[in-house]
Design a protein around this ligand. Structure first.
Ligand SMILES: [Zn+2]
Length: 390
């Protein structure tokens, strides 16, 4: 462990906590985007003060912005990037004013403390710690969005994250880390689909044979969609919402089915996509018809060889430098590591503070993991010239 970095972190523990407190207390969710703009200004000011050439970027009018920047643009090495998001799932004031606090058992509860403002503060202080020792090997980029928690127009934001990650040696998404030190090497993609089934309405007593039952047609498809599962490969299909019919004595002429799927690999997405195309191209009941739409897959990234190589490299640095070893995990939920990985750059997620229960009122972070990871990522960045993706 680099002693100069360790000492710098130790000497600035109060400053680090103060930044964490200020950022958590600047609450902001997507449902109240007006609060995300002052947060963006705060981040820009903080990263600028740390030496990052920083800008606030909007992908659309009246849509929450990103804060992106680079320090050491003219340094010789290939850049490295830290990314993540500064919106949380909580509206302002959900847990009272100024919700950041630290318990006597070393835990910091609070909205977004873990997911994922802790991770942003780690990146900020990693940059400051490296600056303090005159680090000059490679540029460091940062990219923070504010619509990760369910943004309605996240596509263009995700593209921008891909652009900022492109050309880097490695990307670290500073999301919530599991409490047991593991880093995330892959996440499942999700897509959702909607099928509309058309039948023919008729009186269920007088004209039964003239009717074509849209619900029955949908029922065949529900089972077929469920059967597209591949538990071994982690493909999970979910027929989720079904709606149709108006009254018991009429044959229903319309039914809608909303479904979703989660996938570990793009190959599985393609398999299910083509099976859905085949499934919806014909009906079991003559006279019924089907139309359907599928969203683009989002949120995932594959546990590729290069991501595993990056994980292995980070774990080796941890072992060599006296940090706790980092295991690895594949998670079911999505994150912006997806946009980062689209660049082709090796990526790890869950690089932020350790803790539990994000998205609930029990959310907390382990306070010591803040200092531990500023130290750890500083050492990892210092060793990056030893990293080989293949
Ligand atoms: Zn998050």
């Amino acid at each position: 462990m680099d002693q100069r970095i360790a000492e710098f972190v130790k000497a600035h523990q109060d400053d680090i906590i103060n930044d964490w407190r200020d950022l958590v207390n600047l609450e902001g969710s997507l449902r109240e985007p007006q609060y995300l703009y002052p947060e963006a200004e705060w981040l820009k000011a903080k990263f600028t003060e740390a030496g990052v050439k920083c800008e606030i970027i909007s992908t659309a009018d009246n849509y929450p912005p990103l804060v992106c920047g680079t320090i050491g643009e003219d340094r010789p090495g290939v850049p490295v990037i830290f990314a993540g998001h500064f919106d949380t799932v909580f509206n302002k004031g959900t847990y009272g004013d100024n919700p950041f606090r630290i318990d006597e058992d070393g835990k910091a509860p609070g909205p977004g403390v873990l997911d994922m403002k802790g991770g942003i503060v780690i990146a900020l202080w990693t940059i400051k710690a490296l600056e303090s020792i005159g680090y000059n090997d490679r540029p460091i980029r940062v990219c923070w969005c504010s619509d990760e928690e369910g943004g309605t127009d996240h596509g263009p934001v995700s593209k921008l994250i891909t652009e900022w990650t492109s050309g880097c040696v490695a990307g670290f998404n500073m999301e919530t880390s599991p409490v047991d030190w593991r880093l995330c090497v892959g996440r499942k993609y999700i897509f959702s689909g909607k099928a509309v089934f058309h039948g023919i309405s008729a009186h269920s007593g007088n004209n039964y044979e003239a009717g074509r039952n849209a619900i029955v047609e949908a029922a065949y498809k529900v089972i077929a969609i469920q059967n597209m599962n591949n538990m071994e490969l982690g493909t999970h299909m979910n027929p989720a919402i079904i709606a149709g019919g108006r009254m018991p004595n009429s044959i229903p002429d319309e039914c809608t089915l909303t479904f979703s799927g989660r996938f570990k690999t793009k190959a599985e997405i393609e398999r299910v996509r083509s099976e859905l195309k085949e499934l919806f191209s014909k009906t079991e009941i003559d006279g019924c018809s089907i139309e359907y739409t599928l969203s683009d897959p989002a949120g995932g990234f594959e546990a590729s060889d290069k991501n595993m190589a990056l994980w292995s490299f980070v774990n080796d640095v941890c072992k060599a430098e006296g940090f706790h070893e980092v295991g690895h995990v594949f998670l079911g939920g999505g994150s912006d590591a997806s946009g980062m990985a689209e660049s082709g750059v090796p990526v790890l997620c869950s690089c932020g503070v350790r803790g539990e229960w994000n998205h609930t009122d029990r959310e907390y972070a382990v306070v010591d993991s803040m200092f531990e990871r500023v130290n750890m990522w500083s050492n990892v960045v210092m060793h990056l010239d030893e990293f080989k993706a293949d």
